[in-house]
Design a protein around this ligand. Structure first.
Ligand code: MRU
Length: 315
């Protein structure tokens, strides 16, 4: 199966009208679409993670505002409902703000195209961080599914593979919702990139055995000083990588950078339903963690490779 087209992941159908989402909860076993006929239905789909991944959430929300305008709905209410769906990814409020002046299908489609274009541009920069034979490790899914086309961290892996620099990818399964084992592995399989799924807890031992050359992830929100929120477990990986002298790189479009937030302590962290972790016992389910800038070797955006101190290089 070829790489997914952006409109297969999320699109607006004006005849209806509806925002149509590829249901990421059911992949890779079932390929099913979900139709959202209102901003409220779309907000519920974002909350339930039918569509997920920071840039894809933003793109979906942009289409949601165009949908609300087509329906003649109260746009302030539509924006409020969408903004409340998930708290951590800054791409969501970023996209809603970008739609405020012109909530049209054309503007939403342009925002979608621009986001995919940013991914392709940053992948070219990120590939410079790879050397021949690189064995990479990635966490969660920062692929085309997460960015509504091409991918951020997975985009970097694609570009490195195309240049013959990538030996293989270790894919953290990413408890509790298995975005790595279900989505990243599926995307790498489609791209023909050698990959191996591991339990999240195997990463440290494999680093100690010398099987990892670099770690590459996406991001949900990057503060002005480079502190980065990403899927829960990224911080643990960063600590492990630092201990073993392995670089961890973050690849994300500028729509994920939040210069209004000085450091990671102000990033809102989503706590999801504990039942996603255990249906039998009391559980905690923080969906994201913050990796301090000091543990990040480089942040790659479409503007290039940003190195510490990020307070200067991200501006
Ligand atoms: O809870 P999710 O699946 O939406 O979390 C996604 C991630 O943490 C991704 O790594 C991040 O959004 C980057 S996507 C390019």
């Amino acid at each position: 199966m070829a790489e997914l087209e952006p409109e297969q992941i999320v699109r607006l159908e004006e005849d209806g009208p509806a925002v149509v989402l590829l249901d990421q909860r059911l992949l890779p076993h079932d390929v099913v679409e979900v139709r959202c006929a209102s901003a409220a239905e779309l907000a519920e789909a974002i909350r339930a993670m039918v569509v997920r991944g920071a840039p894809a959430i933003g793109v979906a929300a942009a289409y949601g505002m165009a949908l609300a305008a087509l329906r003649g709905d109260d746009l302030e209410e539509a924006e409020r409902v969408l903004a409340a769906s998930r708290p951590t990814a800054v791409n969501l409020p970023w996209a809603l703000a970008a739609m405020r002046d012109e909530p049209t299908p054309e503007r939403a489609r342009a925002l979608h195209e621009e986001e995919v274009d940013r991914c392709r541009r940053m992948a070219v920069h990120a590939a410079e961080l790879f050397t021949p034979g690189t064995r990479a490790l990635t966490h969660c899914n920062a692929g085309g599914l997460a960015t509504a086309g091409y991918g951020s961290a997975v985009g970097a892996l694609r570009a490195a593979a195309e240049q013959g620099l990538l030996e293989r990818v270790l894919v953290d399964e990413t408890r509790p919702l298995l975005q790595g084992a279900r989505l990243t592995a599926w995307e790498l399989e489609q791209a023909g990139i050698p990959h191996t799924v591991i339990a999240d807890s195997a990463a440290g031992a494999l680093m100690a055995h010398g099987e990892v050359d670099l770690v590459v992830t996406g991001a949900d929100r990057i503060a002005a000083n480079g502190d980065t929120a990403n899927k829960i477990g990224t911080y643990s990986l960063a600590v492990l990588a630092a201990h073993h002298g392995i670089p961890l790189y973050v690849v994300a479009p500028s729509s994920t950078v939040d210069l209004a937030i000085a450091d990671g302590s102000a990033i809102p962290i989503e706590e999801r339903d504990p039942a996603e972790v255990s249906e039998r016992f009391p559980a905690r389910n923080p969906a994201f963690d913050v990796t301090p800038a000091a543990l990040i070797g480089a942040i790659v955006t479409e503007r290039g490779i940003h190195r510490p101190p990020y307070g200067e290089s991200l501006r």
